[in-house]
Design a protein around this ligand. Structure first.
Ligand SMILES: *Cc1c(COP(=O)(O)O)cnc(C)c1O
Length: 366
């Protein structure tokens, strides 16, 4: 019996009727850009994330990019980013003409090591971007404290952390702004591209809303050189349906993670640690092992899917060859890339299948 890494269509199957109804409602409304469906979802997601404002945007890279532009990041400005993240976090800085300043992660949580941030700050630093990787909140108190002391802004990349909490409060309004992603495989996933930015800062919210729509806040008045990157009403209507199920889906992910925590006990396999104050939502369950490749091969032989997030850190990608950062320059990120393995997890994974996965990992690593 096969155990896929993620059964992505199962979320649609579970909510087929209300999603079909929501999509049909948009089709018959005759309103296909912006409008009530987008506003309704924005309000619902702001309330869910305990943020004052939510602005729907077209995709995750644009959300990060527009948020940085709204924070006045331009050519020559330095932005501190995690060395261990999906490349979108870096590309958004590059799109602004900003200078990438990578900071290494804690190996146990894979998130930015706040003890190493201060040494990376210069007079040109403007923003710090912590990524809540794998659905686990980065150590936000440390980041926010450093930002406050140095007069910097903080933009969270929460693409993998819908519903996660830091110190009891949901991710969404802790910092200056939070960029999300509703890429289909995320904990809250659309039927295509679609994302949002949440913030408590009305100035940032208005600027991002203007930038996403041709730099225009009123029809045919263009005060900024903007972009076209809007949240689609069909996606918004779908997301509003799925949002009602997100907490339950995250609870089911927690059950799977608890099974892995309890049952995986092979020597040399390191399980993810949760930072004090963090309440993760287990977008991914990532183990580390020197035997990563042979474990993945054994799992595959047993029909169990696994993936690597991510096999090559951004600084070793061709896209960033111009930075001249050779292998060895960010050793923690490089070691993670060499040893991490993401096990099957999702709201529709049967707990008994997770028990099978854990047993297979133990056998493969023995
Ligand atoms: C998915 C993801 C993004 C980008 O989201 P898209 O909506 O696919 O553009 C950005 N950052 C991280 C950490 C992600 O996982």
């Amino acid at each position: 019996m096969q155990i896929p890494f993620l059964d992505i269509k199962a979320a649609y199957d579970e909510l087929k009727e209300p999603i079909d109804e929501a999509v049909a409602r948009v089709c018959t409304s005759g309103w296909y850009i912006g409008g009530g469906e987008v506003e309704t979802f924005e309000k619902a997601f702001a309330a869910y994330t305990q943020a004052r404002r939510c602005v729907g945007v077209g995709n995750g890279l644009d959300a990060l990019h527009l948020a940085l532009l709204a924070m006045d990041v331009g050519p020559g400005d330095e932005v501190i980013v995690p060395s261990n993240t999906f490349i979108a976090t870096w590309l958004a800085v590059s799109q602004c003409g900003g200078i990438i300043v990578p900071v290494e992660p804690w190996p146990d949580t894979s998130n930015i090591n706040s003890d190493k941030i201060e040494a990376a700050i210069t007079a040109r630093t403007k923003v710090i971007i912590p990524t809540h990787l794998y659905g686990q909140p980065a150590e936000l108190d440390g980041v926010l404290d450093i930002a406050r002391r140095h007069g910097l802004r903080v933009l969270e990349d929460a693409a993998q952390a819908q519903g996660a909490r830091w110190q009891g409060r949901r991710i969404g309004g802790h910092s200056d702004a939070v960029a999300w992603s509703f890429y289909p495989g995320k904990n809250l996933g659309a039927l295509g591209d679609g994302v949002a930015v949440t913030t408590d800062d009305p100035v940032l919210a208005d600027r991002i809303a203007t930038l996403r729509n041709y730099g225009s806040s009123h029809k045919y008045v263009h005060e900024l050189k903007g972009f076209n990157t809007r949240l689609d009403p069909i996606q918004a209507a779908t997301l509003a349906v799925k949002l009602t199920r997100l907490d339950e889906w995250n609870t089911r992910r927690r059950v799977i993670a608890a099974i892995y925590d309890e049952r995986i006990d092979a020597p040399g396999v390191f399980k993810p640690e949760v930072a004090v104050g963090a309440e993760p939502v287990w977008h991914l369950y990532v183990i580390r092992s020197e035997k990563r490749d042979s474990i993945a091969a054994s799992l595959e032989q047993e029909g169990i899917g696994s993936l690597i997030h991510y096999p090559t850190p951004p600084h070793l990608q061709g896209a960033y060859r111009d930075l001249g950062m050779a292998e060895g320059s960010l050793p923690v990120a490089e070691e993670l890339a060499r040893t991490v393995l993401s096990l099957p997890i999702g709201p529709h994974l049967d707990p008994t299948d997770a028990e099978r996965v854990a047993a297979a990992v133990n056998r493969a690593a023995a």
